[in-house]
Each structure stands twice: as structure tokens, then as C-alpha cells.
Design a protein around this ligand. Structure first.
Ligand SMILES: NC(=O)c1ccc[n+]([C@@H]2O[C@H](COP(=O)([O-])OP(=O)(O)OC[C@H]3O[C@@H](n4cnc5c(N)ncnc54)[C@H](OP(=O)(O)O)[C@@H]3O)[C@@H](O)[C@H]2O)c1
Length: 276
């Protein structure tokens, strides 16, 4: 059966790589969403009968509605929604600019939720579907200066885990992808950076000043990540709930979760003492 994928944020990074993987398959339709049509010219080399380009800024409800309707009109279904569009933010908690932080939440959390809300009625009607949310290794563990970014991705995790409980019986699966640092535009043009002015936080200054270097030096290969996401969705009847990718996500995530489990267990008596 020909599946239709709708992917947000396909102008660069993981979204662009995944769009190319999907576009190159003979039996898959692609709805590629971006904020600027000209960013999608790279798709012109593929079979245009299986590709629809749509403009979606995930903070714009009318663009979400129009993009999802166009996808449904063109291909009749949306089988896989990939909520990929997202921003980063590098700052200590105390020195973060709350307007910038709110906007990141608009994109990373509410944008993802609004896309999902627009697609769920289609998936419920067809009694099948897969929702892939680009979370982060920083939703499995945390690092200084990444607090508000982590907060958006931890929100995505809580949201997704609950959504899964509500829609599994309706034939809809939800997968959170938790990549480690990868060579995309995320730490460059897609992130605001606030170099600390407060002397108590000077120790974090260098890492924030050099963060854009990770555009080229991060270990994660976006093409490999896109292939893994595609294969997990297409080749599994039961799709993973979580997909940590890269050493930091795997080891850092496990280490943090194991510490959490042992901390919770160590105070079992106190935890269980507060119920009547
Ligand atoms: N790279 C990493 O190290 C890493 C690790 C873990 C998770 N992630 C997550 O992976 C996802 C993709 O990021 P990436 O690494 O591929 O970075 P990227 O190359 O910077 O791509 C970000 C994408 O999001 C789009 N976007 C930003 N704001 C948007 C909005 N309001 N509406 C619609 N699209 C918007 C961008 O579009 P424009 O071109 O129009 O700005 C771009 O297509 C993000 O959710 C990110 O948090 C990244």
C-alpha cells in the first residue's frame, strides 16, 4: 500500500534528509512542509506525481489547516506525520530572554501539538497512522545552558506518552526520536544564544560562544538518522515508542534514567508514607 508522509521543517537538517529518503522511494507519497517554497527546489529531481510541497509555519493555524487539507485532497490519506520543525536555545536559565523562550515553546511544543491535532481526525477515520515526534537526547538527560530547550523536549515526551495511551487502541502509533547532537543548522541559524554576562556563570561562556561550531563537529550524521527513522516506521509493525540515536542519547539517557530509578527507590519509605 502506498503510504503518505507529511514532514514539517523540510528546508534543512533532518527534515530535508528525511524528505529525500521518502521522495526517493517508489511506493511512498511525500507532503513536504516548509516556510518558504523556494527551500523545496531540491525536490524537483524526484517524481512530482508523488510529491506535494506545502507552506506551513507551525505557529500559524491557518497554514496548518490549509497544508493538511491539501495533503488529504492530493493523496487521500496521511499515514505518517513527522513533527520535525524545531528551534534550539543556548543560555543559562537565569539569563534567558523569556520572549525568545516563549517563541521556542510555540514552535517546539504548541506547533507540534497543533499539527498533530490537525492530522488526528484523518488518522482516526482511517484507523491507522504513525506520529513521529522529533524530541531530543536532551529529553532523556540535561546539560547546563540547555534548560529551556530541554524543557520543550521534556514537554514533547510527556505529551507523546499520554497521546500514545489515548490513541493506540485507535490504530495510531507514536514514536519519539531522541537524537544526540547532529550536523544540521539547529545549533547555528536555528538557535538563539545568550553568552552569560553574570560573572557567576562565566564558566559557561566559552561553550555558548563556540556552539555554532557543532554545526560541523557534531557526531550525528543527519542522513543516517533520516534512514533509521524511515526504516523504523516502514519496516516495523509495532514501531518503537522511543528511539534514542547516538552515543550521548544512549549512554547519557540511560545513565540519567538509572540514577533517577535508584534515587526514587532509595526513598521508598518516604514516598509511600503520604497516602492514607
Ligand atoms: N541537530 C541536532 O543536534 C538535534 C538533536 C536533537 C533534536 N533535534 C531536533 O530535530 C529537529 C530538526 O532540527 P534540525 O537539527 O534538522 O535543525 P535545522 O536544520 O535547523 O532544521 C530546523 C527546521 O525547522 C524549521 N522551522 C523552524 N521554525 C519553524 C516554524 N515556526 N514553522 C515551521 N518550520 C520551522 C526550519 O525551517 P526554516 O528553514 O524556515 O527556518 C528548518 O526546516 C528539531 O525539532 C530539533 O530540535 C536536533
Amino acid at each position: 500500500m502506498t503510504k503518505t508522509w507529511l514532514i514539517t521543517g523540510t528546508s534543512s537538517g533532518f527534515g530535508k534528509e528525511l524528505a529525500q529518503v521518502v521522495a526517493s522511494k517508489k511506493d511512498t507519497n511525500l507532503v513536504a512542509a516548509a516556510r518558504k517554497m523556494s527551500d523545496l527546489d531540491y525536490l524537483d529531481q524526484y517524481d512530482s506525481s508523488r510529491i506535494e510541497k506545502v507552506i506551513i509555519d507551525v505557529t500559524d493555524q491557518s497554514e496548518i489547516k490549509a497544508g493538511v487539507s491539501t495533503a488529504k485532497e492530493k493523496f487521500g490519506t496521511i499515514d505518517v506525520l513527522v513533527n520535525n520543525a524545531g528551534l534550539g536555545y543556548f543560555s543559562t536559565i537565569e539569563e534567558s530572554n523569556m520572549d525568545q523562550v516563549r517563541y521556542m515553546f510555540e514552535v517546539n511544543v504548541f506547533g507540534l501539538a497543533n499539527m498533530t491535532k490537525a492530522v488526528l481526525p484523518i488518522m482516526r477515520a482511517q484507523k491507522s497512522g504513525v506520529i513521529v515526534n522529533l524530541s531530543s537526547a536532551l529529553a532523556l538527560t540535561t546539560l547546563p545552558t540547555m534548560g529551556f530547550y530541554s524543557a520543550t523536549k521534556y514537554a514533547v515526551e510527556g505529551y507523546s506518552d499520554t497521546l500514545r495511551q489515548e490513541v493506540t487502541d485507535l490504530g495510531i502509533q507514536v514514536m519519539n526520536v531522541e537524537p544526540s547532537g547532529a550536523r544540521t543548522d539547529w545549533s547555528g541559524r536555528s538557535s538563539n544564544k545568550v553568552v552569560p554576562k553574570i560573572s557567576d556563570y562565566q564558566q559557561f561562556g566559552d561553550s555558548i560562544s563556540h556552539v555554532s561550531d557543532s554545526v560541523t563537529s557534531s557526531p550525528g550524521d543527519p542522513q543516517k538518522i533520516a534512514e533509521v527513522i524511515y526504516n523504523q516506521v516502514e519496516n516495523n509493525e509495532v514501531i518503537p515508542k522511543h528511539l534514542p540515536l547516538g552515543q550521548f542519547a544512549y549512554e547519557g539517557g540511560l545513565n540519567n534514567l538509572e540514577n533517577l530509578v535508584s534515587e526514587i527507590k532509595s526513598r521508598q519509605d518516604i514516598s509511600l508514607s503520604t497516602d492514607d
